[in-house]
Design a protein around this ligand. Structure first.
Ligand SMILES: [Zn+2]
Length: 418
């Protein structure tokens, strides 16, 4: 779908959870445990010194966790090119612009497109599946297959359970009815954007990790990686209910909560290793207005919004909207409500994961109609989203000075192995 907004669901119980990678702003009220703070004068002085050191360390860690790209690095972040996003010939987007109902031939073709893209053009990324089946209210006793695809690139030599994963997600299935529905914004474009992001940062990640391997003192920096989820079965088959929607994301969140990383691991399970879950949906229409939905991750929204603002001021974006795509950078805490849009992030939100939901309100006017097709997309808007989201990932992964520098490595080029 997602379900038409604003849709209230049960109040999340753990959505105040701190980012697992320490990137949440450091708390200035940090104090040491009471047992240490009450053991005499000399200990009090020591306590104060230790407290300051701890605070400095936290502030330093927070600053390290998200460092801004320089203007020259911003310029090096690739714009979405027609060769990738043309609706007829774009190598990333055009294969998605077909009906993709789970269990159909079109659905299988799109799966093949995703897998062959990563295996041939980005072979450093691992490819995993999480397959499940479910009955739907539209298909009787048949078990419909739903398959999530998980692509990861983390620092070499670091076990998956020790990596904080910046997680980017979109759904690749399309609506069952009306027949012939394409879902260009819902969510063909977001899927192609995720491929563009992976392609945009791949070589820079290689260079960054090679540099770190050369002993520049960064060995103790927390391991961070990028994880991309192509989620299946987001759409309802008849009408949106808890059971008839989010087939893929519900299965994945449940599986990742119960899976165990072998000890000793920094993160006990895959769910806890998600530093931020960025969900893209309904993108590609003109003049999107994407609010900040969650006070707990407003800091991340502000980074994304600032990046858009800087790119506009540098003349790096093609569109000239009256308002930014992400206009709520200055939203105040009391302006947030508990309402949010039901979408693939909900099973993760309910388990305490930090969510950044990049979806416009209002939805595109052609939402869930046959007009959500290739011809209604706006090329310039797609190109700008491509650059903004890739820039966000480049900042998160600390690629300043390495993004866009040098030539593509040999392994970055397409290979004919499939
Ligand atoms: Zn939809």
């Amino acid at each position: 779908m997602p379900k038409l907004c604003p849709h209230r669901v049960n109040k999340p119980t753990r959505c105040d959870a701190k980012a697992q990678d320490g990137s949440f702003p450091a708390n200035p009220d940090v104090s040491l445990p009471g047992a240490m703070a009450s053991t005499g004068r000399s200990h009090s002085a020591l306590t104060r010194i230790l407290a300051k050191l701890l605070l400095l360390n936290l502030l330093f860690s927070a600053a390290q966790a998200y460092s801004l790209l320089s203007d020259s690095s911003l310029r090096a972040v690739p714009l979405g090119q027609p060769s990738d996003f043309d609706i007829h010939t774009g190598t990333l987007l055009s294969p998605f612009l077909i009906p993709r109902v789970p269990g159909t031939e079109g659905h299988a073709k799109v799966q093949q497109h995703i897998v062959s893209f990563f295996r041939t053009r980005l072979p450093s990324w691992t490819v995993e599946w999480l397959n499940t089946t479910s009955k739907t209210p539209a298909t009787g006793s048949s078990q419909i297959p739903f398959s999530n695809l998980i692509l990861r690139r983390g620092p070499p030599g670091v076990k998956g359970g020790d990596v904080a994963w910046l997680t980017l997600a979109a759904h690749y299935d399309s609506l069952y009815r009306p027949e012939g529905f394409i879902g260009a914004t819902d969510s063909a474009v977001p899927c192609a954007l995720l491929m563009h992001v992976a392609q945009s940062v791949d070589d820079a990640l290689t260079r960054k990790w090679e540099n770190e391997g050369e002993g520049d003192g960064l060995e103790d920096v927390e391991a961070t990686g990028v994880q991309i989820l192509f989620l299946d079965g987001e759409e309802a088959w008849v009408s949106w209910t808890e059971e008839d929607s989010l087939y893929g994301s519900r299965a994945l969140a449940e599986h990742w909560e119960s899976a165990v990383h072998p000890p000793p691991s920094t993160y006990p399970n895959p769910l806890s290793s998600i530093s931020l879950f960025v969900l893209l949906d309904l993108l590609g229409d003109l003049n999107p207005h994407v609010p900040s939905y969650f006070s707990t991750t407003h800091w991340a929204y502000q980074h994304l919004s600032s990046l858009e603002d800087r790119m506009r001021k540098l003349g790096l974006l093609e569109t000239r909207p009256r308002m930014q795509f992400l206009p709520e950078k200055d939203k105040r805490p009391e302006q947030f409500t508990r309402g949010f849009i039901a979408d693939d992030h909900v099973p993760f939100l309910r388990r305490g994961v930090n969510i950044l939901h990049v979806i416009p309100t209002p939805f595109p006017k052609f939402w869930h109609t046959l007009d959500d097709d290739a011809e209604h997309l706006d090329d310039a808007t797609i190109g700008d989203w491509a650059r903004i989201v890739a820039g966000f990932v480049a900042e998160w992964m600390e690629l300043d000075g390495v993004i866009g520098s040098g030539q593509k490595t040999e392994k970055g080029f397409a290979r004919d192995e499939l």
